[in-house]
Design a protein around this ligand. Structure first.
Ligand code: ADP
Ligand code: ZN
Length: 191
């Protein structure tokens, strides 16, 4: 779809883990750079999966990013020149991220936000439902279910290779934790 530059709007890219959200975010941002647009990318400090200052996809492609602790920090990096703002792992920000995205879009900036729509319990994740409602453009991506090969819309949390319980703490000392892409049928939550 043709999206004129200089017009602000919000694009949301969501889906489970491994659905290619980071890949898609990086693709859009790299194309904006090719178009010589002023691009800036943010991610929350929590995600240091591969690199502190890069958004890195599971397939290995990456783009420079600024790791921030609070949504308000975004403002101090925005200049009159900024045309495109990328945000990865948007689910880890507080609700304030939606207001920041709206403010930037109102100023004429293209905001592209990528993140998980659902947590491992398949429940809406943090500020993402609000973001989806407010965004002009929404893309829900699917991964491939590791169990059956169907399109995967959910993220399976595993603790010591077993499906996590509904109320398992977010941080488990001494346990090995992993995540898989699964479809609705293969996704398990122990009550
Ligand atoms: P996300 O940001 O949504 O977690 P990434 O962009 O980091 O996704 O990674 C997507 C890449 O992950 C795919 O291009 C593929 O190479 C790899 N991948 C690994 N496991 C799967 C899976 N189960 N389904 C789809 N892609 C997968
Ligand atoms: Zn499945």
């Amino acid at each position: 779809m043709y999206r004129p530059s200089g017009h602000g709007y919000i694009e949301a890219v969501v889906g489970p883990m491994y659905s290619g959200k980071s890949e898609e975010l990086i693709r859009r941002l790299k194309r904006a750079k090719i178009a010589k647009q002023e691009v800036i990318v943010f991610k929350p400090c929590i995600d240091n999966r591969y690199s502190k200052e890069d958004v890195v996809s599971h397939s290995g492609i990456s783009i420079r990013a600024i790791a921030i602790n609070h949504t308000e920090e975004i403002h101090k990096y925005i200049t009159g020149e900024t045309q495109v703002v990328g945000i990865d792992e948007v689910q880890f920000f507080d609700e304030g991220i939606v207001d920041v995205a709206l403010e930037l879009a109102d100023k004429g900036i293209r905001v592209i936000a990528a993140g998980l729509d659902l947590d491992f319990k398949a429940e809406p994740f943090g500020p993402v439902p609000e973001l989806l409602a407010r965004a002009e453009f929404v893309d829900k991506l699917q991964a491939v279910c590791v169990k059956c090969g169907a399109p995967a819309t959910r993220t399976q949390r595993l603790i010591n290779k077993e499906p996590a319980r509904y109320d398992d703490p977010i941080i488990l000392v001494g346990a090995t934790e992993s995540y898989e892409a699964r479809c609705r049928k293969c996704h398990r939550i122990k009550k």
